[in-house]
Design a protein. Structure first.
Length: 212
């Protein structure tokens, strides 16, 4: 099964991608994780996009599409894949089609802005071991201290309040039109999840994909 997950930042796409990946045995291709790893490793690509991500802007198609194409050529993608974080614009979607990328369904995770702001604004990350926490949903034992290695927890640059608001604006301006793009192709499957628990959303996803 070849899937695209759409939704505002903080909609829970990554969490649900992990559930689908485990159920179907297919990999999640997350450009966000790929790019953050490149930034942490101080690779040329990481240095190029660090400032872009910190400002809540989108990385260019010239960078994103070759990354995805190369990843799809790896053996574990032969049985299918989950795209999380790409495409983000209609131009990217058209570019993926030109590369021969096939999609069975596009899951749209519909979450109100207020929920997103709470989720992202409460995230804390350890800069040493990359352990992740949330001030309300998954708090550390000691405030702002990593349970795993004991180092300080920080707020990622793209989780700062101003950046969150900018990321939501970017989604509305550039990514939301993808819903119409894939609706026209009969691929969109809405997942209303603003007031649901993670487990309830997972059950709804499996039901929607006829995996329940």
């Amino acid at each position: 099964m070849k899937l695209i997950l759409l939704g505002v930042p903080g909609a829970g796409k990554g969490t649900q991608a992990a559930q689908i990946s485990a159920r179907l045995g297919i990999p999640t291709l997350s450009t966000g994780n790929i790019l953050r790893a490149a930034i942490a490793a101080k690779t040329p690509l990481g240095l190029q996009v660090e400032g872009i991500l910190a400002g809540g802007e989108l990385v260019s198609d010239e960078v994103i599409l070759p990354l995805i194409k190369a990843r799809m050529e790896e053996p574990d993608c032969k049985a299918g894949y989950i795209l999380d974080g790409v495409p983000r614009t209609v131009a990217q979607a058209e570019g993926l089609e030109e590369l021969g990328v096939e999609v069975d369904a596009c899951l749209f995770f519909d979450v109100p802005d207020a929920v997103v702001i709470d989720r992202l604004g409460g995230r804390r990350t350890c800069g040493t071991c990359n352990a992740a926490f949330h001030v309300s949903a998954n708090p550390p034992n000691v405030a702002d201290v990593c349970d795993v290695c004991g180092d300080a927890l920080t707020i990622r640059a793209d989780d700062e309040p101003e950046t969150i608001r900018r990321r939501l604006e970017v989604f509305r301006e550039q990514t939301a039109p993808l819903i119409d793009f894939y609706t026209a192709r009969g691929k969109v499957k809405p997942i209303p999840c603003g007031d649901k628990s993670v487990e309830e959303v997972t059950a709804l996803v499996f039901q929607t994909l006829e995996l329940a």
